[in-house]
Design a protein around this ligand. Structure first.
Ligand SMILES: [Zn+2]
Length: 186
């Protein structure tokens, strides 16, 4: 089981899960300025309070007082959910993007975006290697390609490598499955 001790988790049943969703605004709080009823929105998995050093420097998804829907409070599988600090934590969903496509962006793309742009600081023209193209790795390949890097992806699954190619990977490398600590390249 994941170590979530760094989050204020209190999953007393009954509980509503759901940490990736998009939806239409049903109602907004009095202090919300940037959204109105009927707006299509997406919500990142990790949400900020707005006042800590991380939030003030624009990194509210790594807030010191992080809230995570589906863990800190009831999530997106319910008919309704209330998003705290909506002006900070919600994003308008463009009409050109469908709900299903966008629902996957709030967690895995957000995670990969931080890794590619903030941690690795990938620049145009650089080579960037992504080891393992599950959903987070595939998003990392997509984002690094959008950052105009030359992306190398490494995985044991040809199917996943083919997907990464569609997401813009310049080079794909197939490795054989790890067997008792030994790994072999083709
Ligand atoms: Zn904060």
């Amino acid at each position: 089981m994941s170590d979530l001790s760094w989050v204020d988790v209190n999953l007393e049943l009954p509980w509503v899960l759901g940490h990736e969703f998009t939806d239409v605004e049903e109602e907004v709080g009095k202090e919300v300025k940037n959204f109105k009823k009927g707006d299509r929105v997406i919500v990142p998995f990790s949400q900020g309070g707005g006042s800590c050093e991380q939030c003030l420097s624009g990194h509210h998804t790594i807030c010191d007082n992080l809230e995570m829907m589906g863990f800190s409070y009831w999530g997106g599988f319910g008919k309704y959910t209330a998003i705290p600090n909506a002006d900070l934590n919600m994003v308008h969903l463009p009409e050109s993007v469908g709900f299903e496509e966008e629902a996957s962006v709030g967690c895995r793309f957000m995670t990969s975006f931080q890794a590619v742009t903030e941690q690795a600081k990938v620049k145009p023209g650089e080579w960037a290697a992504v080891y393992g193209v599950g959903v987070v790795g595939l998003a990392a390949a997509h984002i690094a390609n959008a950052a105009r890097a030359n992306v190398i992806v490494v995985d044991i699954s040809q199917e996943k490598l083919d997907l990464a190619k569609k997401a813009g990977a310049a080079v794909t490398i197939t490795v054989k499955k790890r067997t008792r600590g030994k790994q072999y390249m083709k």
